[in-house]
Design a protein around this ligand. Structure first.
Ligand SMILES: [Fe+2]
Length: 254
């Protein structure tokens, strides 16, 4: 993936391996299998730190990050805080996948819920994730709940959830966090998450810090959809992407 990112001319390449400790805090079954272990932090950080030593150059920086799946459970918070203390990730994406014990990717989460109920409950979890008691830099993929929702119209619209979205966006700004734009929208009804309506509102409220993630998982998706995201951000008024690196925010012109 590093070789691929380099060949595409990426200047700052952040890897945010999933830690998914929320899966350990609440018994979660994925495709019929109970999840009992997730990423091996020791192995991940030792490998990526070694890679940084050989790959980082004047025009390329590999950032060793992690994605912490927020879940409102002390066990989960403590596990993430311990990762931070021990490995000092270069950056952390804090994101919500699991709500009330179910990953919102799976149909089970939506059972018995209207779109309004399912999305609102997810946003409430996103709102509490902003108060996570461990350090984080980026608020990941807002709108994840819409990626695999079973409704005829899955699209997430700012107007339908403006009260809680305003609270979320204002809090991101107040806490000086970075709002992620994520081009892996899957079936969400837009090319990226969150869509232009939410990004415009963030800008209107004074938010200027956005990151770009292709959420690639595989080499063929590195930088996927970046042009569309950049065009949309420029049209709104954004001029920079913010790259978090070891506690600093680096501005990169769009
Ligand atoms: Fe994620």
């Amino acid at each position: 993936m590093v070789a691929c990112a380099k060949s595409l001319g990426v200047r700052y390449y952040g890897v945010s391996e999933h830690f998914d400790y929320e899966y350990l805090a609440t018994p979660i079954t994925v495709y019929g299998k109970l999840i009992t272990s997730t990423t091996d932090a020791e192995r991940y950080f030792s490998e990526i730190r070694a890679l940084q030593k050989t790959q980082n150059a004047m025009d390329f920086t590999l950032l060793a990050g992690c994605e912490m799946g927020f879940y409102a459970a002390l066990q989960c918070h403590e596990a993430y805080a311990a990762v931070h203390e021990r490995y000092h990730p270069d950056f952390v994406v804090n994101s919500v996948h699991t709500v009330d014990g179910v990953d919102a990717w799976f149909r089970e989460y939506f059972e018995g819920k209207t779109k309004q109920q399912a999305y609102r409950r997810y946003f409430e979890a996103v709102r509490s994730s902003l108060d996570a008691p461990y350090p984080y830099d980026i608020v990941g993929h807002i709108g994840y709940v819409s990626r695999n929702a079973p409704y005829p119209d899955v699209k997430l619209r700012y107007g339908e959830f403006s009260d809680i979205l305003d609270d979320i966006l204002r809090t991101i700004i107040e806490k000086d966090k970075i709002l992620e734009t994520n081009s892996s929208s899957r079936g969400a009804g837009s090319d990226f998450l969150p869509d232009v309506d939410i990004l415009s509102r963030y800008y209107e409220l004074g938010g200027r810090k956005v990151s770009f993630a292709s959420d690639a998982h595989v080499t063929t998706r590195i930088m996927f959809g970046r042009e569309k995201v950049v065009a949309a951000l420029k049209a709104i008024g954004f001029t920079h992407i913010t790259v978090p690196a070891c506690g600093k925010h680096i501005s990169v012109a769009l």
